[in-house]
Ligand binder design. Structure first.
Ligand code: HEM
Length: 232
């Protein structure tokens, strides 16, 4: 916002009309609104699903804690360790596969007659990319309903190259999410700082509910009880 406002201050009556329009209060407000809406609920929903999956998978949680403890003991500061958090990143990829924040991506209009998967799609058709279906298709994934971060790791623990045709929580093509790099960085940072200090579990009498509460533009879990404990 600061950058937009600084640019606006540089405008003169002789400035280009397009620049004046792009820096009008309305356009600045709408751009900031876009970034806020697109960039906050998506990341917080992903973190909520992550806490639930980790609470439900004790072995996964133990491996997260071990990776973070080892890195912290070795380097002293987790903020410089993102590329070494391979297990944590595999967990995040698996959470985003199982519960993509935007299960049905934004609709787009075909610009010409085209074919997709054997279907004829005429010009000017609205197309909804069904990310959820791609992420849960047994043709793409072994046991797609099972939470298995290891599917993203090689035998030596390094991250596999992502197949962008089957893993696409940020959608695909020219209009794919502009916030992907920021989202991955911020979620990984919050994940590391949280799990370094806390462990999570479901209370013994609670049956975790992994059904999405809202399902289309957003994918939010139902509110449910989780125990958060400070680690030793
Ligand atoms: C877990 C986090 C996120 C997920 C899963 C996600 C997912 C998506 C998806 C599926 C789209 C639709 C792409 C399409 O039109 O096909 C999108 C668009 C967009 N996202 Fe994200 N997003 C995330 C975080 C963010 C963040 C952090 C920002 C910005 C700070 C952001 C900004 C945007 C914007 C501006 C668009 C519209 C892009 C365009 O129409 O050209 N997103 N996102």
């Amino acid at each position: 916002m600061d950058q937009f406002l600084l640019l606006k201050e540089e405008l003169t009556p002789e400035s280009d009309d397009n620049a004046k329009e792009a820096l009008s209060d309305t356009r600045i407000m709408l751009t900031l609104l876009d970034i806020n809406i697109a960039g906050t609920v998506t990341a917080s929903d992903t973190l909520k699903w992550m806490v639930m999956y980790v609470a439900d998978n004790r072995k996964v949680q133990t491996k997260i804690h071990k990776e973070l403890d080892d890195l912290e003991n070795h380097s002293g500061d987790l903020r410089h360790c993102r590329s070494k958090m391979t297990y944590c990143e595999a967990v995040l990829r698996e959470v985003m596969r199982m519960r993509p924040a935007t299960p049905v991506a934004f609709k787009h209009k075909t610009l010409c007659d085209t074919k997709l998967g054997g279907y004829d799609i005429p010009k000017d058709t609205l197309v909804y990319p069904n990310i959820w279906a791609i992420h849960h298709d047994p043709k793409n994934w072994v046991s797609p309903e099972t939470f298995m971060p290891e599917r993203f790791l090689d035998k030596d623990g390094s991250l596999k190259k992502l197949d962008k045709k089957t893993w696409l929580p940020f959608s695909s093509g020219k209009r794919k999410c502009v916030g992907e790099a920021l989202a991955m960085a911020e979620i990984m940072m919050i994940m590391a700082l949280f799990f370094r200090r806390f462990s999570v579990s479901f209370p013994p009498d609670v049956q975790p509910d992994f059904e999405p509460m809202m399902f289309e533009l957003n994918n939010t879990p139902f509110p449910q009880k989780i125990i958060v404990q400070k680690r030793g």
